[in-house]
Design a protein around this ligand. Structure first.
Ligand code: SF4
Ligand code: SF4
Length: 137
């Protein structure tokens, strides 16, 4: 996927390319943290201290998840149960910008991404059209 093409625009108006850049930054920090743990021999430490085992397993699972490459919203990445994607595809919309106003389904998304980021992007698509997205980013 060309991450700067309009295909990187998710149904909700988030830009998957931007998300992948943020995740790349998180991955780097995870790698740094893993290196720091290796330096203190954390695996041996976990074997010695029983109550750490479950916590360490949880840490490994969560960080492994972050290390997996997301294919992007249009390739079924992100939340597999996303109601926004389901609704927009059912209406055959390229993005929710085609709806008159953003609905209640966005409330939980605002908590993570902030309403400004999403609304700015939706307004931009409405005023400039989705086809100019790849040129202007
Ligand atoms: S899965 Fe839903 S919330 Fe996530 S980027 Fe796609 S449309 Fe937006
Ligand atoms: S109702 Fe409109 S804004 Fe809400 S998810 Fe469906 S297409 Fe998007």
């Amino acid at each position: 996927m060309n991450l700067e093409s309009k295909e990187s625009m998710a149904y909700c108006g988030l830009n998957c390319a931007e998300c992948q850049r943020r995740f790349a930054d998180i991955r780097q920090k995870i790698n740094d943290l893993n290196e720091a743990f290796e330096q203190v021999n954390v695996q041996e430490m976990v074997k010695m201290i029983p109550f750490m085992k479950g916590k360490y397993r949880g840490y490994k699972k969560f960080t492994t998840f972050f290390n997996e490459e997301c294919p992007g919203c249009r390739e079924k990445g992100g939340n597999p149960f996303c109601g926004i994607r389901k609704c927009a595809t059912r209406k055959d919309y390229f993005t929710c910008a085609e709806c008159e106003s953003l609905c209640k389904k966005f409330d939980s998304l605002y908590k993570v991404h902030g309403d400004n980021e999403i609304q700015t992007s939706i307004e931009q698509i409405r005023s400039q059209g989705i086809d100019s997205f790849g040129d202007s980013n």
